[in-house]
Design a binder for this molecule. Structure first.
Ligand code: BDR
Ligand code: CA
Length: 326
């Protein structure tokens, strides 16, 4: 069954790969893209999302701009782990794709999410791969979202190691109060894809060559974006390898069509919203014999070979091309 998807993004190089995946895979119908402040300011996450969709000929997919800052915090913490546009920045303020010809839809992200979920009850999978500000705001105005949306797939969190801080992964750290709201909202199924999984699904320079060799707009863009990620991770020494990098957000879209690309277990997860050094930490109750009721299926493993195969198969498609199920 084709999954109807709203992708909530802070585009971002890995968000861009996720957008192309959801727009091109025959197993997903990308209903709309909603943008949020995160990797870069909202104006850029919106512009970058439009660039990506235009580049692959999917300019008809609506892009809806959302929150330009976290729910509660006024001092938006811009990513501190690299200087923007430096050799350690795996995104860049503007993605290296032509300026968009499409424009953002006049309907805002929060309104779009609520209206679409109400129009298609039980049918929309929400896939937030940036800070959770839009989803939390949608929950605040429409608590019925919890009943309307059968599954939420979140890229965020970390158990073994953080990236923004030793304790916290960026998406959760960038709006911890929003993340806490979403994780504790009571969705029937919430799949959390943390760094523990995404760092097992690395894309290598050899994979980049294969993507470039596809000769499609998506293959070429993915190759360029992932190549930059690999250089930035190597400059930062962030993976212990200089020839491969995680493409976090795209692992979530791959999961939509091939759930076995990750392995999960049910866990009770809360978000630290207070501690100076630990803010944004996803606290996972992995104690044996715990009585805490799981609220997430947390991915602790990922199949890198399958992930790369899915990227390659999906980006062989051109928009509008009648393709067989990859
Ligand atoms: C997450 O943070 C962002 O930098 C990426 O786009 C991804 O969603 C990884 O921590
Ligand atoms: Ca992201």
């Amino acid at each position: 069954m084709v999954k109807k998807v709203i992708l909530d993004v802070d585009t971002g190089s890995d968000d861009a790969v996720a957008i192309m995946f959801a727009a091109l895979h025959p197993g997903t119908e990308l209903l709309g893209v909603t943008t949020v402040n995160g990797n870069v300011p909202l104006v850029n996450t919106t512009d970058n999302s439009l660039r990506v969709l235009d580049h692959i000929g999917a300019g008809e997919v609506g892009v809806h701009a959302g929150l330009s800052r976290p729910l509660v915090r006024h001092d938006f913490p811009a990513p501190k782990r690299f200087v923007r546009d430096s050799d350690r920045d795996m995104h860049g303020t503007e993605l290296p794709l032509p300026a968009p010809t499409s424009r953002a839809h006049p309907l805002g992200a929060v309104e779009y999410i609520v209206q679409t979920a109400r129009a298609l009850p039980g049918e929309v999978t929400l896939v937030p791969v940036g800070p959770l500000s839009n989803i939390a705001a949608a929950l605040a105005v429409a608590p019925d979202l919890v009943e309307l949306v059968p599954e939420v797939v979140v890229m965020g969190g970390a158990h073994q190691f953080g990236n923004e801080t030793p304790a916290a992964e960026f998406n959760i750290w960038a709006d911890p109060e929003a993340a806490d709201m979403v994780l504790s909202a009571g969705f029937a199924k919430l799949t959390l894809v943390p760094l523990d999984a995404t760092h097992q699904a690395l894309v290598s320079l050899a994979d980049v060559e294969r993507l470039a060799g596809l000769g499609t707009p998506a293959g070429e863009a993915a190759a360029k974006l992932v190549q930059r990620r690999i250089s930035a991770y190597a400059a930062a020494g962030a993976t212990g390898r200089d020839d491969a990098a995680p493409v976090h957000d795209a692992l979530c879209t791959a999961y939509l069509v091939r759930p076995e690309v990750i392995s999960t277990r049910p866990v009770h997860v809360t978000v630290e919203t207070r501690g100076d050094r630990t803010v944004g930490r996803t606290v996972m109750d992995l104690r044996s014999g715990t009585t805490a009721v799981p609220n997430c299926d947390v991915a602790f493993g990922a199949d890198a070979a399958l992930f790369n195969q899915l990227l390659l198969e999906t980006f062989a498609h051109r928009r509008g091309q009648a393709g067989s199920e990859p």
